[in-house]
Design a protein around this ligand. Structure first.
Ligand code: BG6
Length: 478
């Protein structure tokens, strides 16, 4: 196998999000957030809007595996020690907004919430693990949803700015790398998830979600500016779910359709974040889709002044498109549709496996923007079997990760500037789409099950030892 040369300071690590691992959903003065109330912890419900959703916790009807998560809130020391044993240089995590501002609207933060993350950062520091912190990962405070309509409202920009600046001031000596909105471009597909509202109908989905995105762009730019002022050495990235869009075949109609999907889904948010301006293709797209943005005075200047330092992305799969598709042809990707690609195998959850797509993604992004890239999510959700002797032989996960790391190695050879790699769910956690524990991504197994049972005991999978060696050899031995 080819040997790859990763940069000396390459940030190897792993990634998680607060709502999927912390648990302690009603401890430490935390307020309720979107993830807490989604039925069965299925954070990604409401694909085409769900205005009737009543945002109530119903213990009679549902199990909420994310309410206890994997109990990271109480076990973070043990988990960070395991990350350190694997040699992590970095750990991508998120802060639960409602731990800091329980409703989102307070003027003073919740000290208990701030102190929790202080403890986590101090523990990481003990092992020289650099935190990369997402400000907002699918868990807008519930009060902002029910009282303000989420990011539909401009007022949320100010609440977010206060939240972000509170974090920058508090953690200025502990956190240098920040990400603003997780998978921001997924918002038009599942508005409830990232934007905290369900459009009235399919007809208003695009208008509403592009307006919500405009508010997030302004908020992100304000956060970037504040981070640079408060923490001069900070680096702030945007976060995209990136799925390079292939045409199903060489029919020019399909190629144009794929290009248009590529622009609207993959490029639109990156263009605004990195170039600081709306892309040219947006004008026609808005016109043809009846979208008219309320852009207030100063917004475009704010966006221009708050461009990001790097792009972070999640990569799970590519997407294949054709203009006319039957329902049977539609695949079941992560947030995104597309049709089945005859050249690719899929995971047990129907997510197509395409390592070459990661090389393509990185090249596309670097060709377009020439800013450093950071793969902050990638991985295989799979069923794991605990053998009688307690071992977990997850060779399928090793194969998946090996091929994707090789693809990054190729992209680096191609000239792409890549900062690091934090595979998703480095420790098993609750799935965002299904609320399951059995959809596992981790190097570390957690004894917790879909029905909520389990001891929370941690154990090392075969991939734990494999990834440790990958880090030890800086990617030379895969
Ligand atoms: C990404 C999200 O889209 O995919 C994560 O940022 C999520 O929150 C991950 O967990 C994997 O998706 P799932 O549905 O398998 O948990």
């Amino acid at each position: 196998m080819t040997t790859y040369s990763f940069p000396e300071n390459f940030m190897w690590g792993g990634a998680t999000a607060a709502n999927q691992l912390e648990g302690a959903y009603n401890e430490g003065g935390k307020g309720m957030n979107l993830a807490d109330v989604m039925p069965g912890g299925k954070v990604r419900l409401g694909v085409i809007g769900n205005p009737g959703f009543d945002f109530k916790i119903d213990h009679e009807k549902y199990v909420y595996p994310n309410h206890t998560g994997i109990d990271f809130y109480h076990r973070y020391k043990e988990d960070i020690a395991l990350f350190a044993e694997m040699g992590f240089k970095t750990y991508r995590m998120s802060i639960a907004w409602s731990r800091i501002f329980p409703q989102g609207t307070e003027t003073e933060p919740n000290e208990e919430g701030l102190a929790f993350y202080d403890r986590v950062f101090d523990e990481l520091k003990k092992y020289d693990i650099e935190p990369v912190v997402t400000l907002s990962h699918y868990e807008i405070p519930l009060y902002l949803i029910t009282e303000y309509g989420g990011w539909r409202s401009r007022e949320v920009i100010g609440f977010f700015e206060r939240y972000a600046t509170t974090l920058f001031n508090r953690y200025k000596n502990k956190v240098k790398y920040w990400l603003t909105f997780n998978e921001i471009n997924g918002a038009t597909h599942i508005p409830l998830l990232g934007l905290g509202f369900s459009p009235e109908s399919e007809e208003t989905r695009l208008q509403d979600s592009f307006q919500g995105l405009h508010h997030q762009f302004v908020a992100s730019a304000l956060a970037v500016k504040a981070a640079h002022e408060i923490i001069p050495e900070s680096q702030v990235g945007c976060m995209l779910v990136y799925a390079p869009t292939y045409s199903f075949d060489s029919n020019p109609q399909n190629i144009m359709h794929a290009l248009q999907e590529q622009r609207v889904f993959n490029n639109y948010c990156g263009d605004v974040h990195v170039r600081g301006a709306y892309p040219a293709f947006a004008t026609r797209y808005f016109k043809e889709n009846g979208i008219s943005l309320d852009i207030q005075e100063g917004d475009l200047e704010t966006i221009k002044d708050g461009t990001v330092d790097f792009i972070s992305l999640s990569y799970y799969m590519s997407r294949t498109e054709k203009k006319e598709k039957t329902p049977e042809e539609v695949g079941q990707g992560n947030l995104i549709g597309g049709v089945k690609n005859p050249f690719l195998e899929a995971s047990d959850w129907g997510w197509e496996i395409d390592p070459e797509g990661l090389r393509i993604a990185l090249n596309q992004l670097y060709d377009r923007y020439q800013v450093p890239l950071f793969v902050v999510e990638n991985g295989l959700g799979a069923y794991d079997k605990v053998e009688e002797d307690g071992s977990i032989n997850d060779d399928y996960r090793i194969d998946y990760l090996r091929s994707h790391i090789a693809a990054m190695g190729e992209a680096i050879e191609d000239g792409v500037e890549l900062m690091g790699y934090t595979p998703w769910g480095c420790i098993d956690l609750v799935s965002a789409s299904t609320g399951e524990m059995s959809k596992r991504y981790g190097f570390i197994y957690v004894d917790k099950h879909d029905d909520g049972s389990g001891s929370f005991e941690r154990s090392k999978k075969k991939s734990f030892h494999w990834y440790k060696n990958v880090i030890d050899t800086n990617g030379k031995e895969l």
